[in-house]
Unconditional design. Structure first.
Length: 254
């Protein structure tokens, strides 16, 4: 059993989205709805399915083919906004879909330039309404090591508890030995925390391990306690918390 709660929503589960959802491409609003559905295509997080009536259908390009899924047959469409074209990025479900999904369109997230819940931009994928992400200040003592070399030590970490992931430990920069950290050009995004501002690889004993640490200078409002702090992948380094060496968890980041 892992030391953290797993995501536990069955595939094809459908729920209403109580938030206003909008998406934009090349400066044009593609959709604007308060009637979206959450659909769990896999257990970890949902996708938005948008009522066709709330989509700017003048931007859709019918590609004259269908795609079968457990939710029925979907007619494939592209998007065209001026010179910007996104092929096969929209699936329009018909009458053979479950009743809650009939006449809805599922857009590929990456096809859009931006997505918004109400007036807050959301990154990577929709936020899971059954997931929690909490950032809590702590006085646990902890040490970060790699191959026996100490990378950081702290007695004031901020712990981030995110459903489906191991606890992350965010440390003050003054607690980190930056002589082992090599700045990286990598940047990532998270629907709950926002966009990373920094990534670092780790150099130990002449070997550089890529992208093991990161930071959010300007996280989302709910995660402000981690602003400017540094976290390491527990899957790839060793953490000693209150004197106990933690086992490295197995996740998709391993």
């Amino acid at each position: 059993m892992p030391g953290y709660p797993k995501a536990n929503v069955p595939v094809d589960h459908v729920e209403p989205v109580p938030r206003r959802i909008r998406a934009f491409l090349a400066g044009e609003q593609v959709l604007d709805t308060t009637q979206a559905r959450y659909v769990w295509e896999w257990p970890f997080y949902p996708q938005y399915y948008i009522p066709a009536a709330d989509v700017n259908r003048s931007l859709l390009v019918d590609e004259q083919c269908t795609e079968e899924s457990s939710r029925g047959a979907a007619r494939l469409h592209g998007l065209r906004v001026g010179e910007t074209i996104r092929h096969s990025c929209a699936r329009w479900y018909g009458d053979d879909a479950p009743p809650a999904l009939a006449d809805t369109i599922r857009f590929d997230w990456a096809a859009m330039d931006s997505w918004f819940e109400e007036d807050e931009e959301v990154f990577v994928h929709p936020r899971n309404p059954y997931a929690r992400v909490d950032a809590l200040r702590s006085t646990r003592s902890m040490r970060v090591e790699l191959d026996g070399v100490v990378l950081a030590e702290s007695v004031s970490p901020v712990l981030v508890f995110e459903t489906g992931l191991p606890t992350r430990y965010y440390l003050n920069r003054t607690d980190v030995d930056f002589s082992h950290l090599v700045p990286s050009q990598t940047r990532t995004a998270c629907p709950y925390k926002g966009r990373t501002s920094d990534y670092w690889s780790i150099r130990v004993g002449g070997t550089v391990r890529p992208d093991l640490a990161w930071s959010y200078t300007f996280p989302t409002g709910a995660l402000l306690p981690i602003a400017g702090l540094v976290a390491f992948y527990n899957e790839k380094v060793d953490l000693i918390v209150d004197g106990e060496r933690l086992s490295r968890p197995k996740t998709h980041f391993s």
